[in-house]
Every structure is written in C-alpha cells, then in structure tokens.
Design a protein around this ligand. Structure first.
Ligand code: AMP
Length: 288
C-alpha cells in the first residue's frame, strides 16, 4: 500500500476509525521528522506488531523554550516520506501548528511531576509538559493499540510510561533500543548541526557510558564514582561541555545511595551548537 500523507486531524480520525471498525490494530510512531535509522527502527517494530502503521511528523512548539532551535529545526518532508514508506508506514500525519493548536496557546496541559523535573527537565523546565501534552493529543487523534518510543530519549520514555499509567490510557508503550552510527554516536536529527571536528568528538558520550557500565560490571556500586569516571572522560574532550552525568534506577530515574538492580547511566553534553544526550543500561545481580 502506498503511503498516504495527511495534514488534518479529521481525515486521520476518519481513516483510523475505519481501520479499528474492521478489527485491525493501529501502531503509532510520533516523531519530529528529519528521519534517520533510529526512527526507522521504531517504524519497523510498529510494522511487525500492528495491521496499520501511523507515524506523525510535528515539530511541536510547546516543547521548545524561547531560546531553543524551534525555527531552524531540520526538515525534509520528501526524504522523510520516502524513509517512512520504506519502513512500513501506511499513514503519515503531518499537521501544521495551526491544525494542532487552532486557538494559539493551549490552556490545557499534561504535566508529569517529579520525573520531568530532573536531568533534561532541569535544563529544559517546560520541555516534558510540552511533550506529554502533544503526545496525549496525538494519542487521542490516532487511537493506537501500541505506541513506539526510542530509549535514546530515556527520560521521555519514562515520562510517557508514567503518564499512560497515571491516566489509564489504553495504549501499550513499546520502548525500542538506541540505534547508533558505526563509531557509537547515537543517531539524532540534531547531529546534522555538528561541524566535522565536533562530529569527530561526539562519540565521547558513548565512550563515557561504556566506561561507566564497565565499572559497574566490575563491581562498582557507588553512583558518585561512576559519575566521576564518566565526567573525567567527557572533560578530556575539549569540544564537549558536560551538562550532567548520572547513574540512576532505571524505573524511577532516582539516584540511589548504592546502585542495585536495573541501572541506567544518563549523560548530556553541549557539543558545539547541539546539546547531545545518550544513555546506557546495565544490571547488578543481587545475591541472596
Ligand atoms: P524525535 O524525532 O527526535 O522526536 O524522535 C522521535 C522518536 O524517535 C523518539 O521516540 C526518539 O526516542 C526516537 N529516536 C530518536 N533517535 C533514536 C535513536 N538513535 N535510536 C532509537 N530511537 C530514536
């Protein structure tokens, strides 16, 4: 089936109402476009588990602060349409800002307290409310059985999981592994902003995470020591300015006194113009 590109909420609803009425399931992949293999992996996962796959491309003003890159966020709808079609998407929802927010500023927002305030939320205080609000809206428009999010944005995934649980939203949230370039850099639409020197420096985030994971796998359970190891590696790279490095409980994103169970290492650094984020998981077996 050729991909259909639709820009209105009404037409999207009509088409997907017909899909659900015939007993077929909808899988949904929200994106901001400028698609790469990371997005494609979500689309392929949706393709393998659902009858109809919907993806959205919407650069959501609500999740950008005034000083961020909303106006020049990279866009290429022709390329995106081609990649989405090749990755198994049936329907591409590409609304305008006016279609999504016809009254201008929204009066109704969804906020997920606590999880949203740390790490990315500390640097970007309104970001996750913008994400949770637009994702709620996109869920209501597309009515999927399953929705696909990348572990690349690990905190975002935790925020969405908590929102879905707290509000009893009848959608299964599926987390998908991080897709990386050959040298370890996590794929991101914002990597396009990197100069050649910055691009060469950017895999430092992955190296820091690898060192942190290796320390834990060798028995380190002190979060501060894991953070010190990661920090030292990033600070040795002159193109990277560390924002945060943390070792947290993978479910709650809280930094414990002693690491145990499922652990996630989170890292963010400014590398030239873009702020890059990455993360990695490991687990500590508890012997009884
Ligand atoms: P974005 O277009 O950046 O809003 O991302 C849309 C979705 O793709 C989010 O769920 C991201 O976590 C996911 N994503 C972005 N980059 C990657 C990646 N390198 N690997 C896996 N998923 C990704």
């Amino acid at each position: 089936m050729a991909i259909a590109t639709i820009s209105t909420i009404n037409e999207t609803r009509e088409r997907l109402d017909a899909v659900r009425a015939s007993g077929r399931s909808v899988g949904f992949v929200p994106t901001m476009g400028f698609l790469h293999d990371g997005h494609a992996s979500l689309m392929r996962a949706a393709r393998s588990q659902n009858d109809v796959v919907v993806a959205s491309i919407f650069v959501n003003p609500l999740q950008f602060a005034a000083n961020e890159d909303l106006s020049d966020y990279p866009r290429d709808l022709d390329r995106d349409t081609d990649l989405a079609e090749r990755s198994g998407v049936d329907l591409l929802f590409v609304p305008s800002v006016e279609e999504m927010y016809p009254h201008g500023p929204v009066l109704t927002t969804v906020t997920v307290d606590d999880i949203s305030s740390r790490f990315e939320g500390a640097t970007r205080p309104t970001h996750f409310a913008g994400v949770a609000t637009v994702v709620s809206k996109l869920f209501n428009i597309s009515g999927p059985a399953r929705a696909y999010f990348g572990e690349k944005d690990f905190q975002q995934l935790a925020v969405i999981r908590r929102m879905v649980s707290d509000l009893s939203i009848p959608i299964e949230v599926v987390g998908c592994p991080i897709v990386r370039e050959a040298d370890g850099l996590a794929m991101s639409s914002r990597n396009t902003y990197l100069s050649p020197e910055q691009r060469a420096a950017a895999p430092v985030l992955r190296r820091a995470l690898d060192a942190g994971v290796a320390a834990i796998d060798n028995g380190e359970v002190r979060p501060a020591e894991v953070v010190r190891i990661m920090t030292t590696i990033v600070e040795a790279e002159s193109h990277a300015q560390l924002d945060y490095a943390a070792a947290v409980d993978a479910a709650t994103l809280v930094e414990p006194d002693t690491l145990s169970g499922e652990v996630r290492l989170l890292i963010a650094a400014q590398v030239g113009r873009p702020r890059l984020i990455d993360n990695a998981g490991t687990s500590i077996e508890t012997t009884t």
